[in-house]
Design a protein around this ligand. Structure first.
Ligand SMILES: *Cc1c(COP(=O)(O)O)cnc(C)c1O
Length: 497
């Protein structure tokens, strides 16, 4: 028989990769990981490629014979790396970062080796118990009350979907779990409220759950981009008068555009008075509550029915890991529990089976990476790192404020600075928008750093997010220099001064 040249002679005919091969490649892989993270700032943050470039370099059909690991790993460098956006680059200032960490990486490796499925307690007791324990640790670190019960989902979008499903279940007189929402004439229009700056995942959850876009009412924000409680109360009253039934309010603690924090306490008062479910979206911002002196910003969130925080955003846990806390786990359970015979166990009376609290049955061992990260850094280490980000962001805001050609566009309650270039003598809003758009694109194309943008009002707004585990003050200084130099270059090109 002819051996194909790429086929390692030690590859088994059946079964897994031989143990010694795994060991050898495993050591190489961990070296690769450490070298990558040490040298990540040598890559352009954004890859310089066009749509289809990655795929074109790979065969359209799968290999018939197995290939040598050497060749697979070589293609990671040759084909995959040129298409990587380097989220671990210290000058990744776009979106909300998710920075990975040593303890998080090691836990992911172990979790994939264990490959357990925690659908019920019995299917892997450590998944259920570690998840409940680490979420209680995190609860304490965030300063939330003991009646906040937590569960892990993949993303905040999924957490919020479950929160709003629970809010719907809480309308027990409507019996939606049994009767559904279609083909009945006894259902009023149901409505959820959120600010203009709420994350799109909230709209998506409301749509997915069958309330439709008409089930969403956006509440205007004040000059600092926070929901106006007065306007919320008025909207609820107006809707009630028109036969619409309010059921849920989503307050955002750290909006995606500019990290503004809705007045949760005042909103909680309204929700209590009106009997509405209050969900707090703190996907990114919640991490700041780990810093004791920041906790005041979140006043009132302990009164929410549910809260989402994403350890994969600003808590150094690799994607994906989102946490939903709720003070009413029994409502969530009532919405989702459905136990087929083959999933019944003798422990059902004594344990919480996590499959009962949501759509997914299978549950990977995400808690392991959260446990590793919380133990390795400790609550003090986490707070110190986040506090440093807050400090550095304050420095950046100071530079923007002091510069005659830049202008800050929002307060900086957390570590995201929203600003734009506003050169002296250029006051046409359309021109300013196009200038800033070009500024961001040209910087991103250069690969030297990565920024993203939003619109605040009608203004194109640059978002500069300092939340990266590897960010150093020198990276921020360099970023500020790039911004000024690039602005100067654009103005010269446009013949402006
Ligand atoms: C990022 C973000 C989300 C969505 O997070 P995913 O985990 O990607 O679904 C939701 N809400 C806010 C406020 C966010 O910043």
């Amino acid at each position: 028989m002819i051996q194909r040249s790429n086929q390692p002679d030690h590859q088994a005919k059946i079964g897994d990769m031989p143990a010694e091969e795994l060991r050898a490649h495993g050591h190489r892989a961990i070296d690769w990981v450490v070298d990558y993270l040490q040298n990540v700032d040598r890559y352009p943050v954004l890859p310089d490629i066009q749509p289809g470039d990655v795929r074109r370099k790979l065969p359209p059909a799968p290999p018939e014979e197995g290939e040598a690991m050497d060749r697979i790993l070589a293609d990671v460098d040759l084909v995959i790396m040129p298409g990587i956006t380097h989220w671990s680059h210290p000058r990744f200032f776009a979106y909300f970062n998710s920075s990975t960490s040593g303890p998080g990486i090691l836990a992911e490796l172990l979790a994939s080796a264990l490959n357990v499925n925690g659908m019920v307690w019995e299917s892997c007791p450590s998944v259920s118990e570690l998840e409940q324990l680490t979420l209680d640790w995190l609860r304490q670190m965030l300063g939330l009350p003991p009646d906040c019960w937590g569960i892990i989902y993949d993303t905040a979008s999924t957490s919020t979907l479950h929160a709003i499903a629970a809010a719907r279940e809480a309308l027990s007189d409507l019996n939606i779990r049994e009767q559904g929402m279609t083909g009945r004439h006894d259902l009023p229009r149901l409505r959820a409220y959120m600010s203009d700056l709420a994350h799109s995942s909230v709209d998506k959850a409301v749509i997915t759950l069958g309330f439709g876009m008409a089930g969403i009412r956006k509440i205007p924000v004040d000059a600092e981009f926070r929901m106006q409680p007065r306007a919320l109360a008025d909207a609820i009253a107006e809707d009630r008068k028109n036969g619409i039934r309010p059921f849920c309010v989503v307050a955002t603690a750290g909006t995606t555009s500019c990290t503004s924090i809705d007045p949760v306490s005042a909103i909680a008062d309204i929700c209590e008075h009106e009997g509405l479910w209050l969900h707090v979206d703190a996907a990114h911002g919640g991490a700041a509550a780990i810093v004791p002196e920041m906790r005041g910003l979140f006043d009132g969130w302990d009164r929410a029915d549910s809260i989402v925080v994403n350890p994969h955003k600003w808590m150094f846990v690799p994607v994906d890991l989102s946490v939903l806390y709720t003070r009413k786990p029994e409502v969530l359970r009532h919405a989702f529990s459905l136990v087929p015979e083959y999933l019944r166990t003798e422990h059902d009376e004594q344990v919480q089976n996590l499959m009962d609290y949501g759509v997914p049955l299978g549950r990977r061992f995400r808690a392991l990476k959260l446990w590793f990260v919380l133990r390795y850094f400790g609550s003090k280490g986490m707070a110190d790192r986040i506090r440093e980000h807050l400090r550095v962001a304050g420095t950046v805001a100071g530079w923007v404020d002091a510069h005659p050609d830049f202008e800050r566009l929002a307060p900086v309650p957390l570590s995201t600075v929203c600003f734009r270039a506003h050169p002296r003598g250029m006051d046409d809003e359309t021109k300013l928008n196009s200038l800033n758009d070009e500024l961001v694109s040209s910087i991103n194309r250069s690969g030297s750093m990565f920024l993203s943008h939003t619109k605040l009002g009608d203004r194109y707004t640059i978002r500069f997010v300092v939340s990266h585990l590897r960010v150093r003050e020198s990276d921020v200084q360099q970023a500020w220099k790039i911004l000024q130099d690039q602005l100067q270059a654009l103005l010269t090109k446009r013949g402006f001064k």
